[in-house]
Structures are given as C-alpha cells and as structure tokens.
Write a protein that binds this ligand. Structure first.
Ligand code: PSU
Ligand code: MN
Length: 324
C-alpha cells in the first residue's frame, strides 16, 4: 500500500469534523532547515527560535489550525508512501530530511517508485485532499502562495500543475495569492478559464504573497467574512455541482508586508541567475525564494512565516464554519 490515509482523517471525514490540509513542500523546499539567525531581524513570535525554521513553522501552523477547533492534516510523501495525515514523528522526519525536495503531479509517480521522501506542492496536496475520500474530500487547505504562470511565458512556457489541480479538486485553498515572481495577470486569467472563483478576504486585489497588493494588481471579488466565503464554497460545490477549487486570497498581515514593487529589480536578477544555472524548472520557485530572503535580509522570511500562520488560522475558521 503506497497510499496511507490516517485513521484520524478517515474518522474526521466520516463525522464531518473540521479539518485543514497542509502542504509539505513549504517545509522541504520553501523555508530554511536552519535555526533562526538574528541577522534576519527578530524572530516572529509564532515560531520557536530554538528549532529549525521549517520545523518550527510546521508546529506553529498546526497550533494555528488547532486554536480554531479544527484538525491539522499534513500531507506528504515519506519513503515512497503518500501519507494523508502525517504523524508528528513522520512530519519531523520529513522536515529534517536533507534529501527531500518537492513533488507535483508530473514527478510524483517516479519519486514514489524510487521510495523517495518529498514535500507535496499545492497540486500534489490537493490530490491528497481528493484521495482521502473521493466522495467526501478534504474541503479546506491552507498554504502560503499558489503556483501559477511564470513571467516571460511567451519565451519559455512554465505553468504550474497547481492550476491543473485547482481545476479538478473541490477544495478551498486559503493562500496569500501568488508571488510576484509570477505573471499575476496571466495567472488570474487562467484561474478564470479553469473556473476557480477567487475571493479576497476583505480585499479586492489579488494578494501578492509577501508584498502589499497595488492598484495595478488583478481585481478580484471580495468576501467580508468567513461566512460569506463559506457560502460561496457551498453554492459552488453543492448548488452548482462544480468540481473546481475555490481560492481564498488573504493579504499578508500589514505589519510585515513588503512594499509592492520594491523587489522587482532584485527578482529580475535572481530570475536571470536561475536561468543561467540550467536547473530543471521545479527548482525555480525554491531558488527564487532563497534569493529573496537574502536580498531582503530576512524580511521576506518574516512575512512568509507570518502569512502562513495567519492563513492556517483563517483556514481553520473556514473549516469550522463549513462543518457547522
Ligand atoms: N509559494 C511559496 N513557497 C513555496 C511554493 C509556493 O511561497 O514553496 C511551492 C508550493 O508548494 C507550490 C509550488 O505549490 O511551489 C509550485 O511549484 P511549481 O511552480 O514548480 O509547480
Ligand atoms: Mn514549473
């Protein structure tokens, strides 16, 4: 058996208890495995500075979900097993495994055959939400930012399989939009094409991950409360019987947001440097995230951590509302 659904998840789905899926690519490929370093600035209060940053974040997101009364369900691949509902020990092993990178739809089967351990992207985690129970999938999933259509797509087509998964999985993804390293207008257009409603949480511009959105960012519909978001989800899936995802866009908390546009030049340089490496496209996002942390002397890391914890909490509230 290479697919494992934990008993807790099976029971929670049967009893319609609130649960929130969490992706592990953010742990294996999105954040450092080193401890907090004071050169980054002061450590966000939601994480334990004595632990490796990615592991501290895993604990903090679990706590943020639990604080709402929902259950955190980590999804990932450990030694070739696709596990929906990793135990604390399994999650610890994955977060500390230096060989673990990220798997998405296209790389999953091969990595599984080779019994690798790997974090799952939004796409692969959405697959887990569906496989947990095809008749009654996990309905809420929290992450930092979704993948989408990369810039300069006319020269080199690079479209994340996250979009493929969002088109075919009836789960609400709670995320801070997508990184400005993507072509955000093209990404939002593609989400419209594949039938994914986007609702900004008390905002009407597509959130741009760790940056404040600006007037030129894509305009989206606004939800003023969790209840409004939950109602839209219910209508989308249960009245209209649509099978696509709903995307909830939560802006990065104001106190840690970076100024929109301030990263543009540095990102263009990092993008260019990545192209020169000749590495496969799956390494593009992790490479750019690492470069960003360096360029911003840690400010991007602080914003990333804070938004991940905030999104986990809001996803927990949504799960509680949907199950009520
Ligand atoms: N956004 C982040 N950090 C990340 C990712 C996105 O801020 O680590 C990851 C997510 O797991 C997302 C994936 O699903 O990158 C998209 O990768 P790709 O473009 O290779 O599909
Ligand atoms: Mn890609």
């Amino acid at each position: 058996m290479t697919l494992v659904v934990s008993e807790q998840v099976t029971k929670a789905l049967q009893s319609n208890s609130p649960i929130v899926a969490l992706e592990t690519a953010v742990l294996t490929a999105g954040l450092p495995r080193t401890q907090w370093n004071d050169s980054f600035g002061s450590c966000p209060s939601c994480i334990d500075e004595a632990l490796p940053i990615n592991w501290a974040l895993a604990k903090a997101m679990t706590h943020a979900v639990a604080s709402t009364g929902a259950i955190a369900v980590w999804i990932g691949m450990l030694r070739g097993k696709f596990i929906i509902g990793l135990t604390q020990d399994e999650l610890h092993e994955l977060a500390h495994d230096e060989t673990a990178t990220k798997v998405s739809y296209a790389t999953f089967a091969n990595a599984m055959r080779q019994k690798q351990s790997s974090g799952t992207t939004v796409a692969a985690t959405l697959l887990g939400c569906k496989l947990a129970n095809p008749d009654n999938p996990i309905r809420v999933f929290a992450t930092g930012g979704i993948g989408g259509i990369h810039q300069n797509w006319a020269n080199r087509l690079d479209v994340s399989a996250d979009l493929t998964a969002l088109a075919t999985t009836p789960t609400c993804v709670v995320a801070s939009g997508a990184k400005s390293i993507l072509d955000l207008h093209a990404t939002v257009e593609a989400l419209e094409t594949i039938g994914v409603p986007i609702l900004g949480m008390q905002c009407d511009r597509f959130p741009t991950f760790i940056e404040n959105s600006g007037a030129l960012d894509p305009k989206i519909a606004c939800a003023s409360s969790i209840e409004e978001l939950a109602n839209t989800c219910n209508i989308h899936w249960h009245t209209l019987h649509l099978k696509s995802a709903v995307l909830a866009g939560v802006p990065v908390p104001n106190t840690v947001a970076l100024d929109r546009g301030s990263l543009e030049e540095a990102l263009a340089q990092a993008e260019h440097a990545w192209l020169e490496t000749g590495m496969p496209s799956i390494t593009r996002t992790p490479y750019l995230l690492e470069a960003l942390a360096e360029i911003t002397s840690g400010a991007s890391l602080i914003a990333n951590i804070e938004l991940l914890c905030n999104n986990a909490r809001i996803a927990g509230q949504l799960a509680v509302t949907l199950s009520g």
